[in-house]
Ligand binder design. Structure first.
Ligand SMILES: Cc1cc2nc3c(=O)[nH]c(=O)nc-3n(C[C@H](O)[C@H](O)[C@H](O)COP(=O)(O)O)c2cc1C
Length: 194
């Protein structure tokens, strides 16, 4: 039975388009994976500390067992312990939420989630299908989706290559959102059937 790790990062707990998309996606996922379980990692409203120099130094200390790395170890164990990953996020100031960046700063760790073979980085989290559901206020079909691009780089670096994207653009415009929401479940089904 599969386990889906759901990572939410909107500051809004209510009326969040990305969290609502996550709820709908999870419903569809459960239909596809009867008996599957969901684990939740709340990032948007819980305090994920910024990476600090003393923690960074411990990243490179083999065998270190201090408290410094507890959260980082826990986040990494969660990722290794799941079969699939769902990330929901808003665009904030042209990028991913700083809390989600802080999360990944604790997850990208040499010898744990990647290693170097000669000069080549090898990602160690393989075979984890990942779904990214993003929301942004503006309708910007003229430029690449910056949050998707950023997350793709991060995930590829740690070995995650099978990534499916859903983006709800133009959440500032109620009419545009309404139209997009009419197709949301259908798009999720298409993704899950891949
Ligand atoms: C602090 C902040 C910064 C934002 N920056 C952007 C932005 O750069 N580009 C954009 O299209 N929308 C921006 N938005 C709008 C959000 O992306 C939009 O409201 C989205 O629906 C938020 O996700 P949520 O509904 O899941 O909370 C910003 C919103 C906030 C609160």
């Amino acid at each position: 039975m599969k386990t889906l790790l759901r990572i939410d990062s909107s500051l809004r707990l209510k009326n969040s388009y990305s969290r609502n998309a996550g709820d709908n996606f999870v419903r569809a996922w459960k239909e596809h994976n009867p008996g599957g379980s969901i684990r939740i990692r709340e990032v948007g409203t819980s305090h994920i500390p910024h990476l600090e120099q003393d923690v960074l130094e411990k990243f490179y200390t083999a065998g270190d067992t201090s408290d410094h790395l507890k959260l980082s170890d826990q986040l990494i164990a969660e990722l290794f312990g799941c079969d699939e990953i769902l990330i929901t996020l808003p665009m904030y100031n042209f990028g991913i939420p700083s809390s989600l960046k802080a999360y990944f700063d604790l997850v990208l760790r040499t010898g744990k989630t990647f290693r170097y073979d000669d000069d080549k980085a090898i990602g160690l989290l393989q075979n984890k299908k990942t779904y990214i559901l993003s929301a942004m206020g503006e309708l910007r079909s003229d430029i690449p989706n910056l949050v998707e691009m950023h997350l793709q780089q991060i995930l590829n670096f740690i070995g995650i290559r099978e990534i499916y994207y859903y983006s709800l653009d133009g959440t500032d415009d109620k009419e545009s959102v309404k139209q997009q929401l009419n197709h949301q479940n259908e798009l999720f089904m298409n993704i899950l059937n891949k």
